[in-house]
Design a protein around this ligand. Structure first.
Ligand code: CTP
Ligand code: CA
Length: 227
């Protein structure tokens, strides 16, 4: 009973989370994508909602149930994810980028299905770089004026601390969460590393649900006080 009377750490705050992979069309029946179950991002959206926030979850193609009370926007491509995220972040206090965004998309997707031809050569694909959603939001007016707290994620296959710190600085975000991938993709547990201007701090192996709660509490403690 007492727990219900306690103030929720994100009450009155708006949180935007990106989650899952993006899908970039080659033709109407094919595309390229990234490995991501969306579990960590969905767990963060849920934990933020439970902490009292108004949550918008911008999700790429995943098979995850929408957490109770969370507003969900489904997208496919990185450009769709950017548009939905920019719109939601315009009112937000926190942005958490967990999505595994495809870094490149086929430059000229075919309107019709590409057909095999007898003895023909396989198609050659040319790629264009996708927009960096986190960097775009972090460089925007709302983040730079301190009204929007941005958090990045990074899966690194080696040298996690050094790579994550360099990535945090490149993205221009106060907090970046590292994990050693791809071993943890799709699993229910994880092991994280918090990286900020002060240095790094490990969050020991736990369920994604518990890690999400810890992370949400950590974010809440870093927000400027409301008037
Ligand atoms: N990210 C994003 N938009 C992109 C690429 C990445 O919003 N086009 C976000 C991810 O959601 C994550 C963070 O940026 O929060 C780091 O993503 P990552 O792929 O590790 O970084 P990159 O800058 O793409 O570097 P890398 O070459 O290591 O993939
Ligand atoms: Ca990338």
């Amino acid at each position: 009973v007492v727990a219900h009377l306690q103030p929720k750490p994100l009450a009155g705050r708006r949180v935007v989370v990106t989650a899952g992979p993006t899908f970039e069309a080659i033709d109407p029946v094919r595309g390229i994508t990234n490995l991501s179950s969306g579990k960590m991002g969905f767990a963060i959206a849920r934990a933020a909602r439970e902490a009292g926030a108004d949550v918008t979850l911008v999700a790429g193609p995943v098979h995850q149930p929408t957490p109770r009370g969370v507003g969900r926007v489904d997208v496919q491509s990185a450009r769709e994810m950017l548009d939905a995220t920019v719109a939601a972040a315009a009112q937000a206090d926190v942005f958490v980028a967990t999505a595994a965004v495809a870094d490149w998309r086929p430059s000229a997707p075919s309107r019709d299905k590409i057909k095999k031809t007898e003895g023909g050569a396989p198609p050659q694909l040319a790629f264009t770089e996708n927009p960096d959603i986190l960097k775009t939001i972090a460089q925007g007016e709302r983040a730079r004026s301190g009204r929007l707290f941005c958090v990045g994620f990074a899966a690194e296959s080696r040298d996690l601390a050094a790579n994550a710190q360099a990535k945090r600085e490149r993205k221009g975000v106060p907090l970046l969460v590292g994990n050693i991938g791809p071993a943890t993709f799709g699993r229910d547990d994880n092991e994280l590393l918090l990286v900020d201007a002060q240095g790094t701090r490990p969050l020991p192996r736990a369920s994604k649900r518990d890690l999400a709660r810890t992370l949400v509490a950590e974010i809440a403690s870093r927000l400027p006080r409301t008037a």
